[in-house]
Ligand binder design. Structure first.
Ligand code: ATP
Ligand code: MG
Length: 255
């Protein structure tokens, strides 16, 4: 059953503008085996914005993305996609424009770069405009690409499907700083072209430099949210309070 929350909003005289979030969660809880890992989360992502999801290891960032993507069933609250609450699994949402970039490189090694791009069933040219460094590699088998090139291809493949929303989980894990900057700047360009982005990234300073807003998770709850520029200005405090594994472990011992 789908509940049309958009209809309710339409009755209040609001101007026709992209004010409605692409994706929103209200009081969302999700976890594993009946044990909630993320609780009571309110968040939203709009077209054209990059939103960073920050938190220490184990805070629940991946769990949040999986729940938003419909990979993991939610145990409480609601997720609305394009204004409608949705419990559809990821492959159905992908058709409606949700792209997911996983942490692990998701290329098919035996296929060429171009063949991998075509798997997105969209427009490889659009993705190649955003990531032109793949052009000389189109005929090479993806298994022969470097780790960084494979992750660029993973992002390009998802973008080639022309998603409306991109969920990206630690794309940059284990990659050289230059590649990370490259991935983040491509994500920013994608948002500037109208895609909404929710991105998990360990390199907090770098991701805040391209993000519009951020949410900070601690032990499964959103503890802080704000404009990326403001959070970047308080980065030391935020890292000490919310993002260092040590602080999280100490607190667990306390609590
Ligand atoms: N499949 C699973 N079954 C049971 N518990 C899980 C599962 N996956 C994750 N967890 C637990 O849920 C909590 C949050 O994990 P999650 O992967 O969402 O954190 P994260 O913020 O993405 O961490 P990291 O920065 O290390 O990737 C952790 O305590 C983790 O052990
Ligand atoms: Mg994770």
């Amino acid at each position: 059953m789908t509940v049309d929350v958009g209809a309710e909003r339409a009755t209040t005289a609001q101007p026709a503008q992209p004010a409605q979030p692409l994706l929103s969660a209200s009081s969302m809880s999700a976890g594993y085996g009946g044990v909630p890992v993320v609780r009571d989360m309110d968040l939203e992502v709009r077209a054209g914005e990059v939103v960073a999801l920050l938190g220490a290891n184990g805070a629940g960032k991946t769990t949040t993305l999986l729940a938003l993507a419909g990979v993991l069933p939610i145990s409480g609250g609601e997720v609305a996609w394009l204004g409608r609450t949705s419990r559809a699994p990821l492959h159905l949402r992908a058709r409606a424009g949700l792209g997911f970039v996983p942490e692990s490189r998701a290329v098919i090694p035996s296929l060429t770069t171009m063949e991998n791009l075509r798997l997105g069933r969209g427009d490889p040219e659009a993705a190649l405009e955003l990531l032109p460094e793949l052009k000389p590699l189109l005929k090479r088998r993806a298994g022969l690409l470097s780790g960084g090139e494979q992750q660029i291809l993973t992002l390009a493949r998802v973008l080639a499907a022309q998603p409306r929303l991109l969920l990206a989980d630690e794309m940059s894990l284990g990659l050289a700083p230059m590649i990370v900057q490259r991935l983040l700047s491509a994500v920013r360009d994608a948002a500037n072209s109208g895609i909404g982005v929710l991105i998990v990234e360990q390199q907090v300073r770098n991701v805040l430099a391209v993000a519009d807003r951020a949410y900070v998770l601690r032990r499964g709850k959103i503890e802080l949210e704000g404009k990326a520029a403001e959070l970047a200005g308080r980065l030391e405090e935020i890292e000490a309070t919310y993002l260092t594994g040590a602080a999280a472990i100490e607190e667990q011992a306390d609590g």
